[in-house]
Design a protein around this ligand. Structure first.
Ligand code: TXA
Ligand code: MG
Length: 317
């Protein structure tokens, strides 16, 4: 069921099967975006509520035009600068985007992933006449997103093998956190989900100050308070030198912070990038060890730190 064969994945997706695919952010559970029954099975596999919209993945910014009717100038500039890369734009939908993809909204989310295997897959599918793949993160709904093929198998392996679906193994995801989602329907960018493309990146590229409050309030499943959660209880620690810890719990912090007492060290990322890259794997490792609690010292700062802390707060909720 886990394969390295991109051609096999192309055939599977073109014939209505699902395939978990590597991207630079996290693994996605992909289906042909124009195949209603395959899209329905994505919701079934994840046990995801039907009103939560999906992201359409395409090979290039030009292909995004088939799904979004029109983007403001700033969004065109942003996509030109970042795509392929960890950015999702939400814009007014064309007739290609069905209600099952958009959750009945009049907007659609589109992204051009940069992972070389995702790029190759999308290009080959285009030749086969497939215009885009829906791909939500390939985890059980509400669980931590997968950053390796093994994570996908742990969450969805039983469903996928029972249905003849595939997991395409492209190694560890480089970023490790889901894409930045930007609402691109107004005169200024609105960040719906922080990610590796930061507020500062977007302001620099577009020359526009970010308006932080969403004028419309689209449904973003990642914005549910409890999301991205392992089974273990995640506890955020401000000061590890004064905090009281339950023994035999997990501990995750930057490498420069020492492990207090008898805690089980789950990760020692040296940099902020490593923290993002390792985070979900460390939370999953805590569950694999059967730990009841995982203490995390959140990194401090701007940029990617905001995305890390957004996910940590939801995991800890
Ligand atoms: O990095 C990523 O974006 C990964 C990889 C696989 O591409 N995908 C991902 O998908 O994180 P998912 O389904 O787990 O999260 C997609 C988010 C959800 O929070 C959803 O509500 C939001 O995108 N979304 C989709 N369509 C939207 C729309 N029309 N308006 C607002 N939010 C939308
Ligand atoms: Mg998700």
């Amino acid at each position: 069921m886990i394969t390295n064969d991109t051609a096999l994945a192309v055939t599977a997706l073109a014939s209505g099967k699902l395939c978990a695919i590597p991207t630079e952010t996290v693994y996605g559970l992909a289906a042909n975006a124009l195949d209603e029954s395959a899209v329905a099975r994505v919701f079934a596999a994840k046990e995801r509520p039907a009103d939560h919209p999906l992201i359409v993945h395409v090979a290039s910014a030009q292909d995004a035009n088939e799904w979004i009717t029109e983007l403001p100038k700033w969004a065109v500039e942003l996509s030109a600068a970042v795509w392929p890369g960890p950015l999702t734009l939400v814009g007014p939908r064309t007739d290609l985007a069905s209600d099952s993809v958009t959750g009945g909204q009049d907007t659609v989310a589109v992204r051009v992933p940069s992972h070389p295997i995702a790029q190759e897959l999308l290009s080959q599918l285009k030749v086969a006449g497939i215009k885009g793949l829906v791909a939500p993160s390939a985890n059980r709904f509400g669980h931590v997103s997968p950053t390796s093929a093994q994570h996908v198998a742990a969450d969805l392996g039983a469903y996928l093998s029972a249905n003849g679906d595939l997991i395409l193994d492209g190694g560890d995801c480089e970023v490790g956190l889901e894409s930045t989602i930007v609402l691109a329907t107004g005169s200024a960018p609105v960040i719906l989900r922080p990610g590796a493309i930061t507020e500062a990146d977007i302001e620099r590229i577009t020359g526009i100050k970010i308006s932080t409050t969403a004028t419309a309030t689209p449904r973003v499943s990642g914005s549910l308070d409890s999301h991205y959660s392992p089974s273990a209880k995640v506890v955020l620690i401000e000061d590890e030198t004064t905090a009281v810890f339950e023994p035999k719990s997990g501990f995750l912090a930057l490498a420069m912070i020492q492990t207090p007492g008898e805690l089980v060290r789950l990760g020692s990322p040296a940099t902020i990038e490593d923290f993002a890259h390792d985070l979900y794997g460390c939370l999953r490792a805590g569950d694999d060890l059967g730990l009841e609690k995982i203490y995390v010292v959140p990194p401090v700062g701007e940029g990617l730190v905001q995305a890390i802390n957004d996910r940590l707060q939801r995991a800890a909720f």
